[in-house]
Design a protein around this ligand. Structure first.
Ligand code: DP6
Length: 346
């Protein structure tokens, strides 16, 4: 049967092809920090880094690729994202489109289960979940290494939110060998991150800008040159479940990164007076016998890494120190997970 031309056109116009998937990834806290890139375009880091995934903090992201869309769309916690966030996600989708040889645009909806304004980084969990959902929606089942490589392009620390538990990101020498892998599962060593939320203010300078200034500090070269030794010490300490060996190296690495930040041009001061109060208290508690050490990312909040048996005491002591400090606790988390993937044609 021959359909009249107009009717045929209408049928084709109404046919929408959509591919959708949802993934979840956890945030992570670095023990050995990523700070500075050798190539910022592809986020090739200056040094290898090491982190622990955070079970209690995650992003859940749905991606729908559709030939009915003329541009990418982004909702964060059900609200339209600010233009800068959409631009960054769209740039990552460009990377994925090139990789997947697709020209489709995407509708992205991401939910963080932790307060966005709490000063806890969401880019790691967000870009890890986005990468897994976006590739799975198009039917790609990539290896963990491939996913980590791709997530890295969206946000460096997202590379470490793909594998499970305790994770090492190999700096590598080029795009294809800069990826993260697990060194131990979440249950290998029951540590907890007890986060002292000191300020909910939005960072004045985000990590991406910060990385770009790292080389203006005369200390960055020394930090990078000595990072491999600290990384090795931290890996040995984790594998031996040796808190006494882990604590000083974690604190030293955090202090070194902040020394670089403070001596960059322009200088970046993320610590607040309260951050230092908590850091000094943590060292005192360790001297008293508690398994606890501190580390800070690009913000004033203090991550108190604890042996699980001491986490409740540390949380209570933080409140005693200052009742205004909000405390968020997290055990070691797993890797990024695909929740649903339905290739669909309406
Ligand atoms: C201080 O991964 O947030 O938290 O690649 O620009 O997204 P982008 O930076 P990001 O940097 C993280 C920096 C850090 C240390 C760390 O997590 O290793």
């Amino acid at each position: 049967m021959h359909l009249p031309q107009r009717q045929l056109g209408l049928r084709i116009e109404n046919m929408v092809t959509e591919y959708t998937a949802t993934a979840r990834a956890h945030s992570n806290i670095a023990f050995i920090k990523y700070w500075g890139n050798r190539d910022s375009g592809i986020r090739l880091p200056a040094n290898s880094s090491l982190s622990m995934n955070l079970a209690a903090l995650h992003s859940t992201t749905s991606v729908t690729w559709s030939d009915a869309l003329e541009e990418d769309r982004l909702l964060i916690n059900d609200e339209p994202a600010v233009p800068a966030a959409l631009l960054r996600v769209s740039a990552h989708l460009d990377t994925l489109r090139a990789e997947l040889r697709s020209t489709l645009h995407a509708d992205v909806s991401s939910h963080n289960n932790f307060p966005m304004g709490a000063g806890i980084a969401s880019s790691a969990s967000a870009f890890a979940a986005l990468t897994l959902a976006a590739t799975a929606a198009l039917g790609m089942r990539l290896s963990e290494r491939e996913l980590s490589l791709l997530a890295r392009r969206g946000s460096g620390s997202a590379a470490r939110s793909i594998p499970t538990g305790f994770v090492e990101w190999h700096a590598g020498s080029a795009d294809k060998d800069s990826y993260a892998e697990s060194i131990a599962s979440p249950d290998y060593w029951p540590l907890e991150d007890v986060i002292a939320v000191i300020s909910r203010d939005h960072k004045h300078v985000g990590s991406t800008m910060g990385h770009a200034t790292a080389n203006t500090s005369i200390l960055q070269r020394v930090r990078v040159e000595t990072a491999a030794d600290r990384l090795l010490s931290a890996i040995h300490a984790i594998l031996a479940r040796d808190f006494e060996a882990l604590a000083p190296v974690v604190e030293e690495d955090s202090n070194l990164m902040h020394a670089v930040m403070m001596t960059s041009k322009p200088s970046l001061f993320y610590w607040l007076p309260k951050s230092l109060r908590v850091m000094l208290a943590v060292q005192e508690w360790r001297r008293q016998g508690l398994q606890v050490c501190y580390t800070l990312d690009a913000g004033p909040n203090v991550h108190c890494i604890c042996g699980a048996q001491d986490a409740a005491v540390v949380a209570a002591r933080l409140k005693e120190l200052d009742p205004d400090i909000e405390v968020i606790r997290s055990a070691v988390g797993g890797g990024a997970q695909l929740l649903t993937a339905n290739d669909r044609t309406d």
